[in-house]
Write a new protein. Structure first.
Length: 411
C-alpha cells in the first residue's frame, strides 16, 4: 500500500464560541476554513488546481454550515472552479480527525495524489443542537433499544463507575490550563496558527482566546456541577429521568455523581483546521517536503449510553494494526471532551501523563467540534518536531459510542 505524507498542517486560533463577543463570531464559517486553505497554499506553494478533494468535518451541517461547507470553502478560497471537489462528513466530535483519515486512505489506496483533510465549527453562529436531531434522530425504536443521554451525563457516569473524585477531575483540568499557558508563553502553537481576517482584511484573532490559566483545585472546586439538573430532567412523554435512563443499563451503581463542571469540561469555541496530504510520488515530483507519514488509522465502537469510552478500543486496534505497543509512541493527544475521558484512557491503556496532552487540551483551548481532530494531529506533529521525537497518536471519544485513532511518524 502507498504511503500518505503530511505536507503541512494549519489551524485557526480558537475563538470563544459566544455570539457577538467571541473574536471569530463575526466570521462566516466558510471563511474560517477558506483561510486555512489559503494558508496551506501560501506556506507550501502547491498548485491548488492539483488538489483532488477537500474532506471536511462539520457536526452541525445546517444554516451557514450547510450546503456542503467543504466545497463552498474551496470556492470561497478562490481556488480554481474546476479544481478540488469537497465533501462534508459528520462523525460527531471525531469529524475532523476522520476527515484527515479518509483523505489519507484515498492517497494510501492509490486513488488520489493530493487531498486536504480538516474541519470547521462556528459554535457561536451555529450552536450545538442547531440541527434539532438529538442524539438519536427522534427514532423512538432506537431510543427504546439504547436510551442515550447527553454526553455530560455519560461523562459523570464514567467518573462514578471509575471512582474518580471531583478533586482528581479538577486537578487534571488545572494541569491542562497550566500546560497550555506554558505552551502559549513559549510560542509552541505559533507555527501552525493562521491569523484570521474579516472581509475587510482586518485581523480579528491571532491567538487562542479561550484559555483561563491560574485555576487551582481549590478554586475550581467552588464551581457548580454542569449536569446535575439535566440528570433529573424527564422528557415530555417519558417515564424516566436522564440519570435513570443511564442507570437502567448500569444498575451496579445507585446514583450518578455529577462531578463535571464548566472548568473540567471542554470549552465551546469557533475554529477550523486543514492538513495537506500527498502521495510520495506527487510530493517528489513537485518539490514538496513531507513532515510526517500516517502509519495507521482506526475506529472502534463501544456501548452507546456510556458513549465516551471508545478511545480505549480505538487506540488498541490502531496499535495492533500498526504492529506497535503504547511504549512505541512518543507523544499522545487525547481529546479532553471531559476530564474523565483522558483519565480513563490513560488508566486503560497504561499511558504516562507526561506524554499525554503535553501542551494542554480542549479543557483549556476549547473544542470546535468538527475541527478539533485535525487540530490535534497538527498539534502533536508540531510538538514531535519541537522535541525531536518520532511517533504520535491522536484519539478521540465520539457521540453514540465511537472512537477514532491515528498514528503518525515524522519524516
Amino acid at each position: 500500500m502507498a504511503e500518505a505524507w503530511i505536507i503541512d498542517a494549519v489551524r485557526t486560533p480558537r475563538g470563544r464560541g459566544k455570539k457577538d463577543t467571541g473574536s471569530l463570531s463575526g466570521i462566516h464559517p466558510q471563511r474560517l476554513l477558506a483561510q486555512c486553505l489559503n494558508a496551506l497554499e501560501s506556506r507550501t506553494s502547491f498548485d491548488p488546481g492539483d488538489v483532488e478533494d477537500v474532506v471536511a468535518g462539520c457536526v452541525s451541517s445546517v444554516g451557514e454550515q450547510g450546503a456542503c461547507i467543504a466545497r463552498m470553502s474551496v470556492l470561497d478560497a478562490g481556488w480554481p472552479e474546476a479544481g478540488a471537489t469537497g465533501v462534508t462528513l459528520n462523525r460527531f466530535c471525531g469529524s475532523g480527525q476522520q476527515a484527515v483519515n479518509f483523505a489519507a486512505m484515498g492517497v494510501m489506496a492509490g486513488q488520489q495524489d493530493l487531498v486536504v483533510g480538516g474541519g470547521v465549527e462556528s459554535m457561536s453562529r451555529v450552536p450545538m443542537g442547531a440541527d434539532k436531531s438529538g442524539m438519536y434522530g427522534h427514532n423512538g425504536h432506537l431510543n427504546a433499544l439504547h436510551p442515550m443521554v447527553p454526553q455530560g451525563i455519560s461523562a459523570d457516569l464514567i467518573a462514578t463507575l471509575e471512582g474518580f473524585s471531583r478533586e482528581e477531575l479538577d486537578a487534571y483540568a488545572a494541569e491542562s490550563q497550566r500546560r497550555c499557558a506554558v505552551a502559549q508563553k513559549e510560542g509552541r502553537f505559533d507555527s501552525s496558527l493562521v491569523p484570521i481576517k474579516d472581509n475587510d482584511g482586518q485581523q480579528t484573532l491571532a491567538v487562542d482566546e479561550h484559555p483561563r490559566p491560574g485555576g487551582t483545585v481549590e478554586s475550581l472546586g467552588k464551581l457548580p456541577s454542569s449536569f446535575e439538573a439535566m440528570g433529573s430532567y424527564v422528557n415530555k412523554g417519558a417515564s424516566l429521568s436522564m440519570d435513570a435512563k443511564a442507570l437502567s443499563r448500569y444498575s451496579e451503581v445507585d446514583s450518578i455523581n455529577h462531578l463535571h463542571t464548566a472548568a473540567n469540561s471542554s470549552g465551546i469555541v469557533d475554529g477550523a483546521s486543514a492538513i495537506l496530504i500527498a502521495s510520495p510520488e506527487y510530493a517528489k515530483a513537485h518539490g514538496l517536503k513531507p513532515r510526517a507519514r500516517i502509519l495507521q488509522t482506526a475506529t472502534a465502537a463501544a456501548e452507546p449510553i456510556i458513549m465516551l469510552t471508545a478511545p480505549t478500543p480505538a487506540t488498541a486496534r490502531c496499535l495492533a494494526k500498526a504492529g506497535m505497543e503504547i511504549g512505541d509512541i512518543d507523544l499522545i493527544e487525547i481529546n479532553e471532551a471531559f476530564a474523565t475521558v483522558p483519565l480513563k484512557t490513560m488508566r486503560d491503556i497504561g499511558m504516562d501523563h507526561d506524554t499525554v496532552n503535553v501542551n494542554g487540551g480542549a479543557i483549556a483551548l476549547g473544542h470546535p467540534l468538527g475541527a478539533t481532530g485535525a487540530m490535534l494531529i497538527g498539534t502533536v506533529l508540531d510538538e514531535l518536531e519541537r522535541r525531536g521525537k518520532t511517533t504520535g497518536l491522536v484519539t478521540m471519544c465520539i457521540g453514540g459510542g465511537m472512537g477514532t485513532a491515528t498514528i503518525l511518524e515524522r519524516i
